[in-house]
Design a protein around this ligand. Sequence first.
Ligand code: URA
Length: 247
Amino acid sequence: MSKGPPTLRLDRLLANLGYGSRREVQRLVWNGLVTLDDETLEDSDQRIAVTPDLSSRMFVDDEPLDPPPGFALMLHKPLGVTCSHKEAGPLVYKLLPERWRRREPAISTVGRLDKDTSGLLLMTDDGALLHKIISPKSHVSKRYDVTLDRPLRGDEERIFASGELMLDGEDKPLLPAPMEVLSPTRAFVTLTEGRYHQVRRMFAAVGNHVTALHRDRVGGLSLPDDLPAGEYRILGEAEIALVLAAR
Ligand code: URA
């Protein structure tokens, strides 16, 4: 027998999505503000099949339902914003709708970008997906556009590709990291691991200094040109597959 989609009580579904307490969302239903397939839902304890297309079929107060649990998004992370739930200052979570901070399961960043790094940041509430993307076994590559303080010496490409570069304070060499020179002070570097401040420390190890760092690709998914810094887009299944497909 094939397993159908998971089901959730309507009040639980809406409360988990951050629309309010169980009591508050019951009130939304009783006030006739929740519809499914153009029918007003009257019963807050009816079970709803949580399918990926629910946002196009269910409306709350005339607005499409927020993405149901098990979704992922890409954010164009601006400079100066931190990938953390609790640090002081601007946080990536504040760039998402306020209600989403009350979602259960919570949304997390898939890995991190430094405060001073911009670019493609994935976020999801799907723990299994998150672990699949960050697992070394998945070999998901991340491409960085690096701007340097000083011109390249010429041996960086060979050193980064060697699989022998050891960063200060570490006891395991870095995996090979292909580099593509774009100009004397600019290059793409592709990583398949994510050590602390890795790109900045790699260039420090070859006597240079990173002045700007931007991630433009994760796996086969590129940051779209029409997604401005600070904005996000929900990923479809094909885009999630792209993240995991390309190495
Ligand atoms: N390497 C860095 O140094 N910083 C990042 O944010 C990502 C990779």
